[in-house]
Design a protein around this ligand. Sequence first.
Ligand code: DGJ
Length: 726
Amino acid sequence: MDARRELLHLRSAGVSFVLDVAPDVPLILHWGAALPDDESVLVALRDSAAPAVLDNAPNAPRVFSVWPSEYEAWAGTPALEGHVAGAATTPRPVLRDVEHEARADGGRIRLVLDDRLSGLRCTADYDLDPAGVLSAVLAVERDHSAGPEPYTVSALTALLPLPSAAVETLDFTGLWAGERRPQRSPLLDGLHLRRTRRGKPGQDSPYVMMCGERGFGARRGEVWSAHAAWSGDQRLLVERLPEGAGVARSVLGGGESLAPGEVRLAAGERYSTPPVLFAWSDEGTDGIARRFHDRLRRRERHPRSPRPLTLNSWEAVYFDHDLERLLALVDAGAGVGVERFVLDDGWFRGRRNARAGLGDWIVDEQVWSHGLEPLVQRVRAHGMQFGLWVEPEMISLDSDLARAHPDWVLGPAVGLGPPARNQYVLDLGRPEAHALVLARLDDLVSRHRIDFLKWDHNRDLLEAVSREDAGRPAVHRQTLAVYALLDELRRRHPGLEIESCASGGGRVDLGILDRADRVWASDSNDPVERIPIVRWTQQLLPLELIGAHIGDARAHTSGRVTDFSFRAAVALFGHAGIEMDLTRADPSTLRDLTAWAALYRELRPLLHSGEVVNGDPEETDPGTWLFGVVDPSGGDGVFLWARTASSGAGQSGRVRFPGLDPARSYAVRVRDEFGGALRNQAEDPAWVTRASMAPPVFPGAMLTTAGLPLPTLAVQQAMVLHFEAI
Ligand code: DGJ
C-alpha cells in the first residue's frame, strides 16, 4: 500500500480525522483541529505516533486503534465486551475491507474487520459532516457459520483519543424541573462513566460530555465533546490511564448501556451502537454548540416554517376539561396572537386524574359529548394549528387496555413493581401492542387533522422486561419500537410535528430529534430556573427546537412569584408559548402578552436561524446572565441580560457582546414593549436613557471588545437588547 491508501484523512469545517489503516486494526492518528491536506503531514503524524516503551510494560510501543482491546494492551474500556457462553471474551479483529470517500466538506470511512475468535464481523463507520461533527457507529454481526450458542454483547463503545491538553471535563446532571445542570471536574486517572438506566436519557442525562483545556469557557479554549444520539439507556465516558492511550493521553466515547443478556446475537444477527457524535472546537463550548446546531439545521426535515406561538392547556386547566372553558381559552389565545393551541393531558377515557386512562387513546365521551371536533373547529376558525398531548409508551392499570391485556405491561412475571406517576410501560416491542397504538394515533391525527403531538413519557423504565420475550430486558427493543412508531406516523402524516416531552426535558437527544421537531425543555417555567436550563439545553439544540412558555406569576413547580416582564423576556429565547389561563388574565396582562407576541413574531427569524452566543460568566457578576443570538453574516443580534440573584457588585461594568460583527455598527434598542425591568439604581447608564428617545449607534468593534455598561437590574429581572445592524 502507498501512504495515500494507508493514511485516510477526513476534513471539514476546521476539523480533521486521520486513520492509519495499514495495521491489522486501523489506528486513530488524530481527531481535532484541521491538518493541511498534505500527505507529508500525515506521514509525519504516523511516523511520530509511537510513544516511549515504559518499564514493566508491554514490549512494543502502545497504540490506540478503532477497536481498542486487551490484545493491544489497552487496559481501559474496550470497544467490545461480550462472550459466547462465558468464552470468546478477548476479541482479535483483523481488517478485511476499507471504504473511504473524502469530500471537500467531510466524507466517510467504513472499516470491516473479522474476528475469528468471537465469530463476529465488526464494522466501524465514521462520517464527518459539513458542520465538522464526526459520527461514529460500531457494529458486530455474528457469522452465519457460527455455532448455535449466541454471542452476548455486553457493551460496544465508540472511542476517540484525547490529547494531553484535555484536562477538565464538563457534563450534566439534573432532576425534574431542574434539568441540565452542568458539573465540572478535573480529568483524573480512572473512568468517569455516566450510565443511564432509566430507559430514556432522563432529567439527569449526561447530555454532552465535554473535555477541554484548563479554564475552557463559553468562548475560549479547545474542547472535545461527545453525545450519544440515542433515546434509551446510554453511556458516555472519559477515561485516563497512567500509561495513556497510545500516544494520546485519555479517551472519550460512548454508546448504548445494555442490560445483562439484552443483546444476544444468533448466526446472522447484527447489533450496532447508536451514532456517537463527536464535536471539537477551539472556540469553547459555544464553538461546540455551533457545530451541533449547524448539523441539525442542515437536516432535510429541520423545522423551517415560523415556529407558531403556542398556547398549551396544561397549566391553564390541568385535568379539568370542559368544552366551554377551553373554547374561551382558545378565544383568549387568539386575542393575544396565539398560532397553535395544544390540548394537554386529560382528554381521553377515564383520564380525570393521573391515575387512569393511559393506553386508551379514545376521546372521553363523558367529558367530550361531541368529541374533540367543536374545539378543533374553533381553533381552526381562528386560523390556529391544533395539537394534542399523548403518552403512547405508557399504560395505566386502570385502563381498558390493561384490563384486556395485562401481559402487555413491561415487568417481571412474578408481579409488577411499584408504579411511578401511577403508571407502567406498555411493551411496544410486541407487534400487536405496537399496531394498536399506531392505529389509534393514526386515527386521531387523520380525524382531527392534528398538526402537532406533544409526546410525553413520564416514568423511568425500571424492571423493563418483556413477558412476551421470556422476561428478557426490553429497553433496547422498546427504544427501536418507539422510533419505528414515530417514523411510521411521520411517514403517514408528513406535515405532523412532534414534541419530545418526557416530564419536561427527560428525553432530549439527537436520536429522538431525528423524529421530533422540538423538546419541552422542562416543566419549570420559573424564569430563575429556566434561564440555566435554556442556556445549557442550547449546548446541543438551537432555540427553534426548545419550547419556552410563559407561565403564571406563581410558578407551578417552584412556587416562586415573578414579574410578567421577567417571564416574558426569558420565554422569548426559544420556541415561545403560553402556559396560563388567559380567561382569568387582567386586561393589562393581555395587552402585554399581545405586545410580547408581536415582538416574538418580529424576532423569531433571527432567534431561530442565528448563532447562539453566551457571555463568559467569569466576566460578569455571578447573579447575572448574558446570552443571545446573532446573525453570523453581520446582521442583527438580540441578547438577554438577566439578574437571578442579588450580588455584591453595584454595577455591571462594561459588558461585551460576543458574536456581533466588529466591522458593522449597531443601533441598540431596549425591547421592553411588554413591560420594563425593575432596576436597583437611581438612573440608567446614560446611553440607555438616550436609547428611549432614539437608539444610539455603536461600532461593533466597541461592543465586542470594550462593551457597554448595563442597568443594575433588581433581582429576578431581565431585559432584551436588540442590536440592529446598520
Ligand atoms: C408532564 C409534562 O411535562 C407536562 O407538561 C404535562 O404535559 C403533564 N405531563 C401532563 O400529564
